[in-house]
Design a protein around this ligand. Structure first.
Ligand SMILES: [Zn+2]
Length: 153
């Protein structure tokens, strides 16, 4: 499901508003990188974003993309998706939702409104530190990969 122009604009407005409030400079690199994320529901990787942004800003480095993504993450503007092993993917949709990750092809899908899947925080928390958020991730084999496995068998 592609993101509507209206929603992309909304996300960009939130981004520029956030930068203004916190007196962060919206450099051309930051804007271009955020734009890639705002216009995507594919949960792109840093490398993918880099390849896209490079066509507009040829002097940008992969390192700048990594650093900028980490900065956005620290600012709460984006979320990191996927854990272990596979390359991290990023999501400009910071509203409450869960993810489905395909362990074969790495596809990441959104699962909206996971209100039924609330996870209780460990009690007591102290031995771990301070918990800020919970990220719910369902892992398995996506429909496409599952079909091709069945076709092959
Ligand atoms: Zn997502």
């Amino acid at each position: 499901m592609p993101i509507s122009e209206r929603n992309i604009q909304l996300r960009m407005d939130q981004f520029t508003g956030h930068c203004r409030e916190r007196r962060l400079t919206a450099t051309p690199q930051r804007v271009a990188i955020f734009q890639e994320l705002a216009g995507s529901c594919e949960h792109p990787s840093a490398e993918f974003i880099y390849q896209r942004v490079r066509t507009r800003l040829p002097s940008i480095s992969l390192d700048t993309v990594y650093r900028t993504l980490r900065f956005f993450e620290d600012q709460g503007l984006i979320e990191r998706v996927g854990s272990d092993g596979e390359r991290a993917r990023f999501d400009a949709d910071t509203s409450r939702h869960a993810h489905f990750v395909c362990t074969v092809c790495g596809w990441v899908g959104d699962i909206p409104n996971p209100s039924d899947y609330s996870v209780p925080s460990p009690q007591p928390q102290a031995p771990y530190g301070v918990i800020h958020s919970v990220h719910l991730e369902f892992r398995g084999v996506c429909r496409k990969c599952n079909e091709s496995v069945q076709a092959a068998g």
